[in-house]
Write a protein that binds this ligand. Structure first.
Ligand code: TXA
Ligand code: MG
Length: 364
């Protein structure tokens, strides 16, 4: 008898990634059943949600979940969100569903709100990174819901990007990062909201927003009365000590070029960006500018990419990650990004931009 063990050879590590287009409104049963079977058998399936694309594994199978961390190159101490298609499943995942959680589920599920609750016994430590809490959410996207139902198990899913890259808002983004490392991609067209779900911690005395997203603090306030926003959710670069959401400590959402974020009054921001662009160009640097359709015209100043309208922060959220990824296809050395108002969904946009800038922020 003999046995052979193959260790970590990149070529041999690669798997065939099956790509299937599905109808985003009425997804076909065949691809959902196939994706569900792959998940049940311990494989990895990327799928659209109404926020960004997720990379799913059976949340009750620790080994399958470990595969997510390997494919993404994700630090093991960053826990995952468990996605469900029914409220009964939540009862199997958490040890207690407080009244306020039920109220929030009624108001915002299915939708871009993730709730942190005390973890139940069925959830493996790979999902929670050993914490005594678990993140749960019911996505609104018909493909996500159909896939979870077809799998018949709750689905642990982070964003389907390589760790540290901007989250994917199209199936092509997923393939660019993860082709050869995952079993299947369901392509349901572009994700809607464009930034990840709001993460709300319900295990503290007062509910705390750990990560701003599609459901705004204003929305939550209407159900909760009072809601806190973690200081690091506003200014990730100014955080001190251990973040309450492990994911917040990593530089995220980063394109390859350095991002310099300029915040303040629109006219002053424009003037600063033009000045900086000229300075860097004089030093031989290629400059990218992230701006908006309804902002000042930066023609002839650098490589300009417009991400939605600053007066409608939802449109910026929808375009942001694709814009950051598009800069990677140019040869710019740095990106000067124009800040927007951090009200409503603008808070989620600014959280991601501040993180992408990793501390390189200029207030004018
Ligand atoms: O919109 C979304 O939430 C997307 C789609 C795919 O659903 N998913 C997503 O997952 O953004 P991910 O893994 O990229 O981000 C999950 C965030 C991380 O910041 C993580 O640290 C935090 O949720 N998180 C997960 N479990 C937690 C827990 N028990 N306590 C505190 N934070 C937690
Ligand atoms: Mg992510």
């Amino acid at each position: 008898m003999s046995s052979t063990t193959i260790i970590g050879d990149m070529q041999k590590d690669r798997v065939a990634t099956k790509y299937v287009k599905v109808n985003p409104v009425n997804p076909e049963a065949g691809p959902l059943a196939e994706g569900g079977l792959i998940l049940r058998r311990g494989g990895l399936v990327a799928f659209p949600t109404e926020t960004v694309y997720g990379l799913g594994a059976n949340a009750l199978d620790g080994q399958a979940v470990a595969g997510i961390f390997k494919a993404k190159g994700r630090p093991a101490d960053n826990p995952l969100i468990v996605h469900v298609a029914s409220l009964q499943t939540v009862d199997e995942l958490v040890s207690n569903v407080p009244f306020v959680a039920k109220e929030l589920m009624k108001a915002f599920w299915p939708g871009p709100l993730t709730l942190i609750l005390p973890v139940g016994k069925a959830v493996p430590a790979e999902v929670t990174a050993g914490l005594n809490t678990v993140a749960v959410r019911m996505p609104r996207h018909p493909v996500a819901l159909g896939l979870i139902r077809a799998a018949g198990v709750p689905v642990a899913a982070p964003s389907a990007n390589t760790s540290g890259r901007p989250s994917p808002t199209t199936a092509q983004h997923v393939l660019n990062d993860l082709a050869g490392h995952i079993d299947m991609v369901l392509d349901g067209g572009p994700a809607g909201v464009g930034v990840e779900s709001t993460v709300l911690d319900l295990t503290a005395l007062v509910p705390v927003v750990l990560r701003p997203g599609g459901i705004t603090p204003e929305d939550l306030g209407r159900v909760l009365g009072t809601v806190e926003v973690d200081p690091q959710a506003r200014s990730p670069e100014q955080g001190e000590g251990r973040p309450r959401s492990p994911g917040m400590k990593y530089t995220h959402y980063a394109p390859r070029a350095q991002v310099i974020l300029v915040e303040g009054q629109p006219e002053a921001v424009t003037a600063k960006i033009i000045g900086l662009a000229r300075e860097y160009q004089a030093r031989g640097k290629r400059v990218g500018i992230l701006s908006y359709i309804d902002s000042a015209d930066f023609t002839n100043v650098g490589e300009v990419i417009l991400a939605g309208r600053r007066s409608q922060p939802e449109t910026v959220a929808a375009e942001l990650y694709a814009a950051l990824r598009r800069f990677d296809e140019t040869d710019v050395d740095l990106i000067l990004a124009q800040g927007i108002d951090d009200r409503g969904v603008g808070l989620a946009v600014m959280n991601r931009l501040r993180k992408a800038a990793g501390g390189q922020i200029i207030n004018v």
